[in-house]
Ligand binder design. Structure first.
Ligand code: HAM
Length: 411
């Protein structure tokens, strides 16, 4: 019989890791909630066209990495590779521009990219994302970056390098891309085959290349940040000024290329030294043309997403906390154990009881393993409450009395 395994590039999340993932979502909920971001959900699959138009035809994501399939009616659907396009589609579909602006939302869930799996890179992964739609106020760019930094900080992911740049508007970018293409054409012989192939479609990709010859050419290439319009340059200066006032350090990196086509103006990425080749913990930027591109009214937007698996990798193994406050040891077949467990759970204590037929010695050992500071022994001639630290054991007259002893010991 074929051995059944999780599909390539997917993860089973077992205890205690699944708990740690929830803790991260909890942190995100708190941090984003306090800043007025409300939870939002969109479908896990969408029309393929949404991503082709939203993320961009020339991106690796659309060209190589989408899980695309046909439904029974022959519609082309795609498992979402990212969240921004879906949120903007929903924003348009539900007329959310009529809400007080900006509309601030956050989301978390599974995303899918058909990439070569390696440490920190999966085919199904989890993102937390936040978006502020309907205003181009630079405080939104800065606020979102600060909130993401706070989420990383509170999740214990350790030091991260923040790279920041601005891409300007599509018009500036188009002019710049022509300039860059001309520059690269003149040096075609020194470029990698891959960059040469993409020269027409996306010469910006050359900044991403690992190829030494290409990197040498790029060192002297014209830079988009030097071509920004006055308005975009001012917006970028505002964002930087706000981050400076907030005391958040960043590196200006004009070579920062994001793998999605919708970005305008601000772009950023947080990288962790604790991660290997897949160092990006999270990133995002402004997408002032995306809603219009998807058929909505001209609407600015800004946001980010962070990879939860990478956050956990960067945070390392957490200490395992206490699994139970109380353990109920008992002789087999004592109905009292479950009754007492319910009483203690009702009083708010994490309570476990013997459910695998161990002997008394084995039960006490198991209580230790769970880290339970108190053990109640039932089923004998009397009920006993044992303080596991001191070893002191006291009798209890009834189950209710046992609860009072536990309360006293755990106070
Ligand atoms: P992204 O940079 O493509 O941005 O993805 C954000 C984060 O998701 C990455 O920094 C990384 O931590 C995680 N990630 C991406 N691909 C994988 C993978 N194959 N395995 C594990 N983790 C992965 C976006 O998705 C944009 N939607 C962000 C955004 C929101 N921009 C504006 N609003």
């Amino acid at each position: 019989m074929k051995k059944l395994q999780a599909p390539r590039g997917t993860l089973d999340v077992l205890p205690p890791d699944a708990r740690r993932r929830r803790d991260i979502l909890q942190v995100a909920d708190e941090v984003l909630g306090r800043a007025g971001y409300e939870p939002m959900e969109t479908p896990v699959f969408e029309d393929t066209e949404l991503f082709a138009r939203g993320v961009g035809e020339s991106t690796d994501i659309v060209q190589k990495e989408m899980f695309t399939f046909e439904d029974k009616a022959g519609r082309s659907l795609t498992l979402r590779p990212e969240g921004t396009a879906g949120v903007c589609r929903a924003y348009i579909e539900h007329g959310m521009h009529k809400l007080p602006l900006p509309v601030k939302v956050w989301y978390a869930g599974p995303y899918f990219r058909h990439e070569a799996p390696q440490a920190g890179r999966y085919r199904q992964f989890t993102q937390i994302g936040a978006e502020a739609i309907g205003s181009d106020d630079p405080t939104l760019d800065a606020e979102l970056i600060l909130l993401l930094a706070e989420i990383f900080e509170r999740s214990g992911t350790g030091p991260a390098r923040l790279r920041l740049s601005s891409l300007g508007t599509p018009a500036t970018r188009a002019e710049y891309v022509d300039e860059l293409r001309t520059y690269l054409r003149a040096r075609e012989g020194e470029l990698s085959a891959e960059v040469r192939e993409r020269l027409d479609q996306n010469p910006l990709r050359a900044f991403d290349a690992d190829h030494a010859g290409t990197q040498a050419v790029m060192a002297d290439a014209p830079r988009l940040v030097d071509r920004l319009s006055d308005e975009d340059a001012e917006h970028f200066a505002d964002v930087r000024g706000l981050l400076d006032s907030a005391g958040l350090g960043y590196e200006l990196d004009p070579t920062l290329v994001r793998g999605l086509d919708y970005y305008t103006r601000t772009v950023f990425e947080f990288e962790s030294e604790r991660l290997g080749a897949q160092a990006a913990l999270g990133g995002g930027g402004r997408y002032d043309g995306l809603v219009e591109e998807l058929g909505g009214p001209p609407t600015p937007g800004v946001g980010w997403a962070a990879g939860v698996e990478r956050m956990l990798l960067a945070a390392g193994d957490a200490e395992q906390g206490r699994a139970a406050d109380v353990f109920i040891a008992s002789a087999e077949g004592t109905p009292d154990a479950l009754v007492l467990a319910q009483l203690l759970r009702g009083a708010g204590y994490r309570t476990q009881m013997e459910q695998a037929g161990r002997g008394m010695k084995g039960q006490l050992k198991h209580a230790n393993r769970l880290g339970a500071p108190v053990v109640v022994i039932v089923g004998g001639p009397e009920i006993e409450v044992k303080d596991m630290d001191s070893g002191e054991q006291r009798p209890a007259g009834s189950l209710e009395d046992a609860v009072s002893h536990v309360e006293e010991l755990l106070r």
